[in-house]
Structure formats: C-alpha cells, structure tokens
Design a protein around this ligand. Structure first.
Ligand SMILES: Nc1nc2c(c(=O)[nH]1)N(C=O)[C@@H](CNc1ccc(C(=O)N[C@@H](CCC(=O)O)C(=O)O)cc1)CN2
Ligand SMILES: Nc1nc2c(ncn2[C@@H]2O[C@H](COP(=O)(O)OP(=O)(O)OP(=O)(O)O)[C@@H](O)[C@H]2O)c(=O)[nH]1
Length: 458
C-alpha cells in the first residue's frame, strides 16, 4: 500500500470550544495510538470515541487532554482509516497536536485532500465532491439545499442515466453495423439514434433551463446600487443589510482577511458590490461617460437604480437610464413621503418595462415590494428548490452545453444521411462531456485544480 497518512486541522483557525485534528490513511490508528494515553485505540471498535491524553513523544510530557474518534475503513468519509482528535479549541493546543502527528510521520494534507481521497476511492464522484465545497460556501438556505441534493448524488444519478442511454444506443447500433445482411438495419439504426439523441438532448435542455437560477443560488447576484447624490443609495444598502442579516464569507482562493458581504433576499443571495468606485464619482456618467460607466455596470448581475420622488427627472437620470439600457435593473423611486415632483409616467417610459418600485426608506415603506421584485426578476416568484435538479456550477453548465451541442451535431449528421460511424463519434463526445461532470473522464490536472480550491482539512 503506497498511500500515505495525511493530517490537518479540520476546524477554522481561531479560538473555539473544540478543534479537530483529522488523520486519514493506513497509519492513522497506529500513529494516534502511539501518542495516546488511555484505552487502546488499536482495539477500539469503528465509530467509537475515547477520552484520554496526548503525550509528547519527545518530552514524554502531557501535551493535551482530548477525545479521539476512531473510524475504520472502508465505511468512512475517505474510505480509509480515520482518526479525529478533538482538542481544546485554542490555537496553540490544536497546532501542538498537529505538530506531534506530523513528527510521528503523518504528512500535512493539501487543501481538499480528504475529500479528494473520498473521490479517488470511489465513495463519491466529482460533482458530489464539488458539492461538499458548495455546501460549506452556501450563502442561503436554498443554496445549501441545492448543494445538499447534489452531494446526495441527485445530479450524478441523472447524468449516469443519460450517459447509459447514449452508451446503449451506440452499442445497439454497433451490433447492427456488424450484421449488415439485414437490409432494414441501417434504417432502424437511424431511427433509434434519432430518437435517443433527441430524448437525451431534451433532458439536458431541461437541466440547462434552470441552471441560470442554480448559478445565482450558488454564486449570488453581483448587485450595484446607483443613482444621483442624495437619492438614498446608502439608506437602501443599510435597509437591505439590516432586514436580511448580512452573510460575510471568505472569498475562495484568497487570503482569509478578504471578505464579501451577502444579503439574503427571499433565498436569493445578493452580493452588494461595493460601489465605492461608482460612489466616489457620484456623477459617474458625467465624469467617465455613458460608455465607460456601462462597462462598469455590465459586471453587475443586477442594478438597483434609485430616483428621488421629490425631484423631477434630470439630465443625469436620463443618462443613467441610457447606461443601464439592456441590463438587468430595477428602478426604485425613493422618498415618497415627500412631495411628488417626479413624473411617474415619464419614468415608466424610460424604464422599458423593467420593474418600478416606490419606497420611503425613512418610513420603511415599499421594501417588501422591492424584495419581491428582485425575486421575480430571477425566479418568476418563489425560489423553489424542491423537485428540480439545479445545476449550479459553471463547469457543469459548460459541459452540459457541450454535451447538448454534440448531440445536435449528431442529429444534423443523421439528417444529412451521414454514415452511422460518423454519427457515433458525436454521440460518444456527448457521453464524454457528461463524464467530465462526474469525473469519469476528467483529467488529473483538472481534478488537482478543483480540489486545490477547497478548504484545508476538508
Ligand atoms: N466529526 C466529523 N463530523 C462531520 C464530518 C467528519 O468528517 N467528521 N463530515 C465530513 O464531511 C460530515 C459528515 N459526512 C460524512 C460522510 C460520510 C461518512 C461515512 O463514514 N460514510 C460511510 C458510511 C458510514 C456509516 O453508514 O456508518 C460510507 O459511506 O461508507 C462520514 C461523514 C459532517 N460532519
Ligand atoms: N424624506 C426622506 N428622506 C430620505 C429617504 N431615504 C433617505 N433619505 C435621506 O436622504 C439623505 C441621503 O440619503 P443617503 O442614503 O445618504 O443617499 P445617497 O444616495 O447614498 O447619498 P450620496 O452618498 O450623497 O450619494 C439622508 O439624509 C437620508 O436620511 C426617504 O425615503 N425619505
């Protein structure tokens, strides 16, 4: 057996009540047992936890008071032997125990290496492994439900079924090609291929139809708040943050001190883009022109465009309307508690059918309607994560599109009367694209790259 035993701290860095050092691999139990004073871990039953002390093998002194869980292969998270050492949750404590395990010969795990082993050992497929990370990073309940179902294998099973259909069709047609003495086989193959590529293509289409929503749930909507000075942009930001408890997350793949703020609006995570850049130049359109500000705004998925009920539409407002044209935006007419000076008909005309909501942020009026308008814009009503299978990951969406394209190519080839072995090449390509989603046909470098984005100790 050439797999080594890995170790890492699996809990967040910082002070807490308890912190866990996790070990996985063939030496996990003997290594832990060597430094453990208490009941013999080597004889412990699987999935049992034991109280005892960690003794520093060099100084022979007491290092920590712990609880140790023993889980035996293959029924574990990684399918290898796992030991989890539960320490007092201090930085020194947990690092000391990790250092001792490394000194004993365990290797420091790479980010995501535990989950990678679960994948390499066949307990989960690639899409399920990716869902583990999505689950940790989920910003709303609904986003978590999407990840949980994917982790449970819902997407995997669907992909497997579709691939199996394609494989069986190819095999069937193959047999027909091998026995060309029956004269109707060519036609039968054509019909079968046509039916199956259509059927599977439609299934993929269904997945792609709701994928944009899945992606929003997973990644959140980059949301910019714009408007002339003093219309109530900061008030709107504050209202959204206060009403929908802000979720602060680490940005994947960066240092821990860069944080992003999300608010949860009816299950839709909004990432309130710091519009500082826009804000500083309150007159962005004036300073940098419509084209440049459009460029800035294009990076947002949603623009909240605030107007003042108490002022007539100005030239600058009209330029902002020009800048947001064709983008996803909602007009918010704020300060309805003041005297009306804005022509609502004129606003509706400029808004080209986009939602127009009136608010008085100072009197907390209209915020519900605004939130409903946001949810309606992307989910046509309630966000429902019940029965649908949501593809949420850009990598998966891309592969599904390619798989669909390959099937479209196959159907075109059939229509053009191309020989079956040419059609099969396209069908096989589709099968391969879908295989990449679950990791069946994924390259080692892709796999390494995906897992490297994981948390340490996961
Ligand atoms: N302490 C601790 N808590 C944790 C985890 C962990 O690794 N350690 N998990 C880590 O993410 C999550 C739980 N996920 C897990 C998934 C599968 C197995 C596992 O052992 N699966 C076996 C079946 C075990 C059984 O049925 O008894 C298997 O699939 O063979 C364990 C944890 C959340 N909480
Ligand atoms: N009457 C009234 N005043 C409001 C309302 N919303 C915000 N204000 C007030 O309008 C002023 C400007 O609000 P802000 O939220 O700072 O507006 P802003 O658009 O961020 O302003 P700048 O940062 O200058 O661009 C503050 O005094 C708010 O209290 C409202 O609904 N009604």
């Amino acid at each position: 057996m050439d797999t080594d035993t890995i170790a890492a701290i699996s809990t967040p860095v910082g002070e807490g009540a308890i912190a866990i050092v996790r070990l996985s691999g063939p030496e996990a139990i003997p290594l832990a047992s060597d430094v453990f004073e208490g009941k013999s871990l080597k004889e412990a039953d699987s999935h049992t936890i034991h109280y005892g002390k960690v003794i520093d093998p060099e100084t022979k002194e007491l290092a920590e008071e712990v609880m140790v869980s023993v889980m035996r292969a293959p029924k574990t998270f990684t399918r290898e032997d796992i030991v989890e050492i539960n320490c007092h949750g201090g930085l020194v404590s947990v690092n000391r125990v990790l250092e001792i395990m490394l000194a004993k010969g365990a290797r420091l795990a790479e980010p995501g290496e535990f989950t990678k082993r679960a994948f390499l050992n066949g307990r989960i497929d690639l899409s399920q492994a990716e869902a583990v990370m999505d689950l940790i990073r989920a910003k709303t309940d609904k986003a978590m439900n999407v990840a949980l179902k994917q982790m449970d294998g819902r997407l995997s099973k669907l992909i497997q079924t579709l691939r199996q259909e394609l494989l069986e069709t190819v095999a069937h047609v193959e047999v027909n090609i091998d026995y060309p003495e029956y004269d109707d086989v060519e036609e039968m193959s054509h019909t079968l291929m046509e039916e199956k590529t259509k059927e599977v293509g439609e299934e993929i289409e269904k997945l792609l139809e709701v994928a944009a929503q899945g992606k929003i749930l997973r990644e959140g909507l980059a949301t910019a708040i714009i408007g002339r000075p003093n219309v109530g942009k900061s008030s709107l930001m504050n209202t959204l943050v206060q009403e929908n408890k802000a979720i602060v997350t680490e940005v994947p793949g960066t240092t821990r001190d860069i944080i992003e703020e999300y608010v949860n609006v009816r299950g839709v995570p909004l990432r309130l883009v710091d519009t500082a850049g826009i804000r500083e130049t309150e007159d962005i359109v004036e300073r940098i022109g419509v084209d440049r500000s459009r460029q800035v705004l294009k990076e947002s998925d949603l623009i909240l465009f605030v107007l003042n009920y108490n002022e007539a539409l100005s030239e600058e407002d009209k330029k902002l309307f020009e800048a947001v044209q064709g983008l996803e935006y909602i007009v918010i007419i704020n300060k309805t508690d003041l005297e009306q000076k804005l022509d609502l008909e004129e606003v509706r005309k400029f808004a080209e059918g986009k939602p127009v909501v009136t608010t008085s942020l100072i009197e907390e009026q209209g915020v519900d309607q605004l939130e409903q308008a946001i949810a309606n814009t992307f989910f046509s009503g309630e966000v429902d994560t019940g029965d649908l299978t949501y593809v949420s990951n850009v990598r998966h969406i891309q592969l599904l599109k390619q798989a669909k394209q390959a099937l479209d190519d196959a159907r075109e080839a059939i229509e053009l009367g191309m020989p079956m072995d040419i059609v099969q090449i396209d069908v096989t390509r589709s099968w391969e694209f879908m295989g990449e989603i679950i990791g069946d046909t994924a390259s080692d470098s892709l796999i390494d790259q995906l897992f490297s984005q994981f948390c340490l100790g996961k």
